[in-house]
Design a protein. Structure first.
Length: 573
């Protein structure tokens, strides 16, 4: 029997395997058939069939966040356009994903010229996919031939792992199946960009002058630290300086949160009171790897001049910006100063985290005080976090969250392990959390612990089927209040007041779903909890579920307004 030739598809799969990508999420298609057929039989990389494009792309994003690189295979046009939202989120939140596709081949293009035929899934502009993906990737190419394919594929993958952002690669339909040389065994490495020495020296000196003049400095860490493998360097700076640190919501768990310098996550008005006080009282911020969104508009307006900022995009000290200075070099130089210069502030010890049942008890909607068995957002976290802590499970889970009221309540959590909090806090996508569960669990090897709004879950509920198909024991908690609560907060908070005269806007009211039959239809375990005692009982049952996902409908009052969201909604626009 004649051996099958090594193809362009095999080349890409070999390179992905070398980079520890052992799963590729996929949606089938005729144009991309040569790649999907190669994937089906490729040793060491598994095809994970997803049920729709958002499911596949959210999963690849979460996989990239936990594994260092993710990949998704999509059909031209109808698939790539559907997945665009998820890849845009990966771009904004610095998650490296390889988007793999194929388009009409050389024969189709010739027929189009001859007969003016519109090929299926095409807008008429056969380069439209690539042109659109240029806006949400750090590289987008279409290969019309196997000639030069190895170098082009390598350059694209290097861009993804260097910048920690998505890339897009398509081939003419036939090219994925064309013969190609095998890659060398050497693994691709990110490009190491070095700073201009004089610019680096100037940046460090200006930063040091601000640090040593400060009376209450604070480190403010963001997700780029985690993406670029700089958590160890950040920990050294914390240890050498003695400074306390906080994180953005997106950067939560950039380090293990059980350290004695972590004050808690800063989420503006949603923060725990003591965290908010420490941040507003600080007079110098060593800001490393943060994505500053409009969630931090109050912070940036009041603290801009006090910031020493280093990200992959810029280095700034106060009002001075420095070109050609990289974040790793800047951090290394500051670490050297901290170790060899005794003019920095004395070490500090972070205040202890709030003792259970805080911070949840103080942040629960006071309207429900006389109904102690009613589940509210804060009571859900109060009891579920205690369950995880009591059973020593915090180290074994990865929390996934989209944008919902739960996201801001979850920022109050302490004690999470490094890299165990995945959210759409910057792109702010409703529904991300459920699609991300499979990628988070496959990529990181930890059980996905997903808290979804019911509106978000409705957008991508089919992701439950992907979890079941792959025997993943992820848990999806659906916070079931029948409304887009987070949207209503920013439209009109009066709707949360008691009394029939205060109503939600019609566009924020959701249809009623029967979740238990839905879970069964998708092959998942299903529970419905309406009281605290029922919640506790189900949490115990979750420990014994090993080979299938679980959907838990958590029934909460429509008008429950956690104090975290109340404070955010009450802030002046």
């Amino acid at each position: 029997m004649q051996a099958q030739p090594f193809t362009v598809a095999d080349y890409l799969l070999t390179r992905l395997k070398q980079l520890n990508v052992t799963e590729v999420f996929q949606i089938p298609g005729d144009y991309v058939k040569h790649f999907t057929q190669a994937l089906e039989y490729f040793d060491g990389v598994n095809a994970i069939g997803a049920v729709n494009e958002l499911d596949a792309a959210y999963a690849a994003d979460a996989y990239g966040r936990t594994r260092g690189l993710g990949a998704v295979s999509l059909q031209y046009g109808v698939s790539t356009f559907s997945a665009l939202n998820a890849i845009a989120g990966a771009f904004v939140e610095r998650s490296p994903v390889v988007v793999i596709s194929a388009c009409p081949g050389a024969d189709a293009r010739q027929i189009t010229k001859m007969y003016d035929v519109l090929y299926h899934h095409s807008t008429g502009n056969m380069a439209a996919d690539q042109e659109i993906y240029r806006h949400v990737t750090v590289g987008a190419i279409t290969l019309s031939t196997s000639a030069g394919a190895p170098e082009k594929i390598d350059n694209l993958l290097i861009a993804a792992i260097t910048h920690k952002r998505p890339v897009y690669i398509a081939c003419y339909k036939e090219v994925w199946g064309e013969p190609c040389p095998m890659p060398p065994e050497s693994i691709l490495q990110p490009v190491i960009i070095k700073s201009d020495p004089l610019a680096l020296e100037n940046a460090v000196e200006q930063a040091w002058s601000q640090i040593t003049a400060a009376k209450s400095p604070l480190i403010f860490a963001g997700v780029e630290i985690l993406r670029h493998g700089l958590s160890g360097l950040l920990q050294q700076i914390i240890d050498a300086s003695g400074m306390l640190y906080t994180t953005t919501t997106e950067g939560k768990t950039v380090l293990d949160e059980r350290g004695d310098k972590f004050i808690g996550t800063y989420a503006d008005a949603a923060s725990i009171h003591e965290v908010h006080q420490l941040v507003t009282g600080a007079d110098c911020f060593l800001t490393f790897g943060t994505i500053i969104t409009d969630d931090y508009l109050v912070f940036i307006k009041s603290k801009y001049a006090d910031m020493v900022l280093a990200t992959t995009g810029q280095v700034r000290a106060g009002y001075f910006t420095y070109e050609n200075v990289t974040m790793p070099d800047f951090m290394e130089a500051l670490l050297y100063k901290f170790k060899n210069d005794n003019t920095y502030p004395l070490p500090a010890i972070a205040p202890p985290p709030p003792a259970y049942p805080e911070p949840w008890l103080a942040n629960s909607d006071p309207y429900w005080n006389d109904k102690p068995d009613t589940i509210t957002y804060n009571r859900f976290f109060q009891h579920s976090m205690k369950f995880l802590d009591d059973n020593n499970l915090l180290k074994d889970i990865v929390i996934t969250l989209g944008v919902s009221s739960s996201l801001y309540v979850a920022t109050n959590a302490y004690g999470l392990s490094q890299g165990s909090f995945i959210s759409s806090a910057a792109w702010q996508c409703i529904g991300f959390e459920t699609g991300a569960a499979s990628g988070a669990q496959l990529g990181g090897g930890k059980r996905a612990w997903t808290i979804a709004g019911d509106g978000g879950f409705m957008m991508v509920c089919q992701s439950l089927s992907t979890l079941a198909r792959n025997n993943l024991n992820a848990v999806i908690f659906v916070m079931s209040n029948g409304v887009y609560a987070i949207e209503q907060v920013y439209v009109d908070m009066d709707a949360f007041k008691p009394g029939p005269q205060y109503k939600f806007d019609a566009f924020d009211i959701l249809p009623g779903w029967n979740y238990l039959p839905l879970a069964k239809a998708f092959g998942a375990e299903g529970f419905r909890v309406t009281t605290i005692n029922e919640l506790k009982t189900v949490l115990e049952k979750l420990k014994d579920i090993k080979d299938k996902p679980t959907l838990v409908e958590v029934v909460i009052p429509e008008k429950d307004l956690p104090r975290q969201m109340y404070r955010l909604g009450a802030e002046p626009a």
